[in-house]
Structures are given as C-alpha cells and as structure tokens.
Design a protein around this ligand. Structure first.
Ligand SMILES: C[S@@+](CC[C@H](N)C(=O)[O-])C[C@H]1O[C@@H](n2cnc3c(N)ncnc32)[C@H](O)[C@@H]1O
Length: 204
C-alpha cells in the first residue's frame, strides 16, 4: 500500500528548491543522462501543470530560446526567468495544436502528460496510449531535424508500438525509469534523440 500522505524525499526536496512538483527530478535524471535540452532551445512541455518541468526547462535554456507549456489545468504560481508561453486546453483539440504550432518548430518536446486514472490498469494504459499517440504525432510534425523528445508511458499497455515507431524516427531511442518514479508506479519514459530528417521528396 502506498503512503502518499507522507511527503517523501523528492517531495521535500522539491519544496525546498522551489519546484511545483516532485516530478522535476524525473526530468532532471533524464537530462543528466541524455543532455536532452541545451541553452537557447525552444522547448514544448505537454502536460505541464503544475509546472515543475517548465521551471526546470526555463533554467536549462538559460534566458535564451523559450518554453511553451500546454495543459488542461493552469500552471501553478511560480516566478520564472526567461520567455514562457502557456496554452490551457486539451492537446487532443485541433485549436490547441494550432496555437502551439505558432512557436514551432521545436528543438525539444517533453511530455509528462497523464490522463486521469481510474485505478483499472487496462483502462488507464489504453487512455494513456491514446494520449501518447497524439503527442508523438504532434512531435513528429513539429520537432526540428536533430530535435529531442521524451514522453511518459505506462508499462503493460501498447508501449512497444510507440517504441518501435520512435525507432524509425530518431537516431537513438532509450527507455528510462528515473529513481524519482514511485515504487508502486508502472510509468517510465521513452526518449528519442536526434529526430531524423524526413525525405520530403517521397511525398510530392
Ligand atoms: C503528472 S502531471 C504533469 C506534471 C508536470 N510535469 C510538472 O512537473 O509539474 C500530468 C498532466 O497531464 C495533463 N494532461 C492530461 N491529459 C491532457 C490533455 N489531453 N491535454 C493537456 N494536458 C493533459 C494533466 O492535466 C496533468 O496536469
């Protein structure tokens, strides 16, 4: 049984360091291991609320480039240095995708988005798969050649299809379960490094 009422190590660390959520340490580990984000990048954060990944991305871009966030819910209240744009809405909607594309193409797209859970693993993984597919479709359209991508997936769904699809689209694809993922959680992250250039002449 989990005990989420007791703040764990990462929750306390996030509070101390001024981050909106403990999830920041998942992205920090991904960044330390893969160098996903560079100073000056244009980064899109899908499923950004309450905002810890957005805060960390702003820190990594070092006052150049920009961070664009999107979520069904608003961002929490934090002070941010650097350029931040935020769109509140559903990434399934054409309107939100259209609005996001005004800041694209992106150097990096990160997504920690998760649908609301029912507790039924089958339903939850199916909902998550649909969401990840939407996010990957958008990323493949809006990442610059050479761009990087990470997305949260749930073990036990159809995530191997996502992995296989990503392998054809990036120079390298990795799987990572950061230490900050709670023990009882079946989430992990897929990471695509180096978006491959598409041969546009194939589709005249
Ligand atoms: C785990 S939280 C993200 C936490 C965030 N990375 C942070 O560090 O603060 C997952 C988010 O995904 C968002 N989300 C789920 N489905 C979405 C959708 N269809 N469109 C936009 N956001 C969505 C939820 O509203 C939720 O805020």
């Amino acid at each position: 049984m989990s005990n989420r009422s007791k703040p764990d190590f990462y929750t306390q660390k996030a509070k101390k360091e001024g981050y909106m959520a403990r999830s920041v340490y998942k992205l920090e580990e991904i960044q330390n291991k893969t160098k996903l984000i560079k100073p000056g990048d244009t980064v899109l954060d899908i499923g950004a609320s309450p905002g810890s990944w957005t805060q960390y991305c702003l820190k990594l871009i070092k006052g150049k480039g920009c961070v664009v966030g999107a979520d069904l819910k608003p961002l929490g209240n934090f002070k941010a240095k650097g350029t931040l744009h935020f769109i509140q809405g559903d990434v399934f909607s054409g309107e939100v995708r259209g609005s996001l594309s005004q800041w694209g193409p992106f150097d990096v797209i990160v997504s920690d988005a998760a649908p609301s859970t029912t507790g039924n693993r089958l339903i939850d993984t199916r909902r998550s798969y649909n969401l990840i597919e939407q996010i990957l479709d958008f990323a493949l359209e809006w990442l610059k050649p050479g761009g990087n991508f990470t997305v949260k997936v749930f073990q036990g769904g159809d995530e191997t299809e996502i992995f296989d699809r990503m392998r054809g689209e990036f120079s390298q694809v990795k799987k990572l379960k950061p230490k900050a993922v709670r023990k009882e959680s079946f989430e992990y992250y897929l990471i695509g490094l180096g978006r491959l250039q598409q041969d546009r002449e194939q589709n005249p």
